[in-house]
Ligand binder design. Structure first.
Ligand code: NAD
Ligand code: TDX
Length: 338
């Protein structure tokens, strides 16, 4: 089969490309605009594989997308392409609407026009909004109402609604997955875990928003890839699957764990102005994907975070190139006066 992986030069998409090249016989076409978050170096171990091809393109460009579907005739499309950072969406929402909503709708139109066996939308637990910190008994299930907090999550929820509308109206064979926070190799340094690892390695302050009590539910990226692989092959059309491994941690716990692994002092921690509209707690109930598809996460947080820190230690070149470029301006703008 032929699988188009949109956004395959980003964090999770590149891990998914490697997962498929290793675990399937399928042909993988990565279609990516190479925004600031897309990086061909993420795919350097795939480029010589005869089952892999890279095409540079934008999911919100209808002509380009139709050409892609016409020439490459995919069986399956997995849509990772998105603007993915909440803080950037708070500064400038418009691009999030264009890529995450219009881009998804154009991919769906292409599926309608050319036909596919499956369209899979990679969504997020953020579409459910947040849970209160004092109710550890509550979890997001697939039946939880959509209730978004940031322009990012609103754009992802809008895309989910479009996928469901196209599935019902035009019988597009679509599925949706909503995963909790990922971590692992190739994670762009703007996000919590890589940012804290890199700052600690450079003996720079670690900017924790608010009190650091907000809770995220962490999943090692390879476990997310395995779940998506199961859904595209065995998942039922029209269904939503939540993905998460019950690894809830406060941000402060995560930051302290990283400092401990690196043998650095907690004096590097700096509490800074909170994120606007900051979601309190995310927590996924993964019962459906476990019982219906037999998925279970393999990597425990304690092992995954050590593997991740090791990866950043061993791939200094990768992140040094990123943080020496435009990222400097981003960092000054977001953290300079915080
Ligand atoms: P990322 O920002 O690392 O990568 C996004 C990729 O999409 C980049 O390669 C970028 O170049 C590409 N892209 C952006 N706009 C594009 C466009 N218009 N056309 C084509 N390509 C474009 O993001 P990520 O963290 O890998 O997230 C991938 C997907 O998974 C996103 O849809 C995100 O909402 C979802 N998700 C992420 C997490 C997480 O913890 N990172 C958790 C759940 C769901
Ligand atoms: O410098 C920071 N300091 C800080 O305290 C950063 C970048 C983050 N934080 C906090 C905010 C969040 O509570 O850490 C937590 C995690 O932040 P992010 O890494 O920005 O992730 P989050 O906002 O939880 O969203 C992520 O998970 C869901 C991804 O970026 C999304 O793409 C995904 O959908």
């Amino acid at each position: 089969m032929k699988i188009i992986v949109t956004g395959g030069a980003g964090f999770i998409g590149s891990n998914f490309v490697y997962y498929e090249l290793k675990n399937s016989e399928d042909e993988i076409i990565c279609y990516d605009k190479l925004t600031y978050a897309g990086n061909l170096e993420n795919l350097k171990y795939a480029e010589d594989n005869p089952r892999f091809k890279f095409i540079c393109g934008d999911i919100s460009n209808r002509d380009e997308v139709y050409r892609l579907f016409e020439f490459d005739a995919p069986d399956i499309v997995v849509n990772f392409a998105a603007e993915s950072h909440v803080d950037r969406s708070i500064e400038d929402p418009e691009l999030f609407l264009r890529t995450n909503i219009i881009g998804t709708s154009i991919l769906l139109d292409a599926c309608k026009k050319y036909g596919v066996k499956r369209f899979h939308q990679v969504s997020t637990d953020e579409v459910y909004g947040d849970l209160p910190l004092d109710r550890p008994d509550l979890f997001f299930t697939e039946k939880t109402n959509l209730h978004t907090s940031s322009p990012y999550s609103a754009s992802k929820a809008s895309a989910d609604l479009l996928v469901q509308a196209y599935q019902r109206t035009y019988q597009i064979p679509a599925t949706i997955s909503r995963c909790s926070n990922n971590y692992g190799p190739y994670h762009f340094p703007e996000k919590l875990i890589p940012l804290m690892i890199i700052n600690a390695l450079n003996n720079k302050k670690l900017p924790v928003y608010g009190t650091g009590e907000n809770v995220r539910d962490w999943l090692y990226v390879e476990d997310h890839c395995a779940a998506i692989d199961l859904i595209i092959r065995k998942g039922k059309v029209g269904e939503v699957y939540n993905i998460g491994g019950h690894n809830e941690k406060t941000n402060l716990e995560v930051v302290k764990t990283i400092l401990k692994i690196l043998g650095k002092g907690e004096d590097l921690i700096e509490f800074v102005t909170d994120r606007k509209g900051h979601d309190q707690r995310y927590a996924i109930d993964p019962t459906k994907i476990k019982t219906e598809l037999g998925w279970t996460p393999k990597t425990k947080f304690d092992d995954g975070i050590k593997k991740t820190v090791d990866w950043y230690l061993e791939n200094k070149n990768w992140w040094e190139k990123i943080i020496s470029g435009e990222y400097q301006n981003y960092y000054a703008k977001m953290y300079g006066n915080r």
